[in-house]
Design a protein around this ligand. Structure first.
Ligand SMILES: Cc1cc2nc3c(=O)[nH]c(=O)nc-3n(C[C@H](O)[C@H](O)[C@H](O)COP(=O)(O)O)c2cc1C
Length: 249
């Protein structure tokens, strides 16, 4: 099946090279509007969006993420899990606020922020813009919390660099559905190893043929490399989430 929305979704690429054109205020508020209309767990709207415009903060985030190219983006958002606002509302109503500190509410705010993030990505693409989501702000979540002056019951989750694409990377092939879509019970296919080899071969060809950053790589090697990272990197996350007031129990 095909239609313009499916075509756009199935043509998604993360964009890491931008022209030097900044987003307009109207574009920014259009993206935030799209984020706000995402589904939200228990209609609690438990996330916030911070637009980062201060040059020093952008520089600090570029250092934390290791992504110098984010300085060229047309706009930078940070998606924040947020039960602080609802804490104020609940306190004013004189209600018990204990539940806002729960793992359940932390997860709900992560779900809300993540779904809103994808709405921004899709809305940006619909406007001819491009973006890259950045989990790498968590390389130093403590510093991000300080930079953004985040209060209790908030946590920074993802950055999103948005801008006018300066190039269009090749489409990155996904694994076949048979490796990730099951019926009724979890059930990897009997010929999983053969399917993985075929997918590895497809990715090898993709990495060798794509226009920029060609490399010798496939999915299995990629995963292994990801997991060989220093275990101490981001090891402070649970501690920081708890410091922000979420109990994680
Ligand atoms: C939660 C999340 C975190 C991500 N973090 C980063 C990041 O820190 N830096 C980056 O360059 N890309 C990041 N990405 C983008 C992925 O690398 C990208 O989506 C993936 O390689 C697939 O490529 P595509 O989006 O072009 O299809 C992230 C994506 C997601 C969903």
């Amino acid at each position: 099946m095909t239609n313009p929305i499916l075509d756009q979704l199935n043509n998604h690429r993360s964009i890491r090279q931008f022209t030097d054109v900044a987003l307009t205020d109207t574009e920014i508020s259009t993206l935030v509007d799209a984020a706000q209309h995402a589904p939200t767990s228990t209609f609690s709207q438990q996330y916030s969006i911070i637009s980062v415009t201060d040059a020093e903060t952008i520089q600090a985030l570029a250092s934390i993420t290791g992504h110098a190219w984010m300085k060229n983006s047309g706009h930078y958002f940070i998606m924040v899990a947020d039960q602080y606002r609802n804490l104020q509302i609940t306190k004013s109503a004189g209600r018990d606020t204990a539940l806002l500190h729960s793992t359940d509410k932390f997860l709900a705010s992560v779900f809300d922020a993540a779904i809103a993030t994808e709405n921004i990505v899709v809305a940006a693409e619909s406007l001819g813009l491009g973006s890259t989501i950045m989990g790498s702000i968590l390389n130093n979540a403590g510093k991000v919390i300080a930079l953004l002056n985040l209060p209790e019951l908030t946590f920074p989750l993802l950055g999103i660099a948005v801008g006018h694409p300066a190039g269009m990377p090749d489409l990155k092939p996904r694994m076949p559905q048979s490796m990730m879509h099951f019926t009724d019970t979890y059930n990897l296919p009997d010929d999983f190893a053969a399917q993985l080899t075929a997918y590895d071969d497809e990715l090898t060809a993709y990495y060798q043929q794509r226009d920029s950053h060609t490399k010798q790589e496939n999915f299995s090697h990629h995963l292994a490399r990801e997991l060989s990272r220093d275990l101490n990197v981001r090891a402070d996350l649970a501690t920081l989430v708890k410091q922000q007031g979420f109990k994680l129990e």
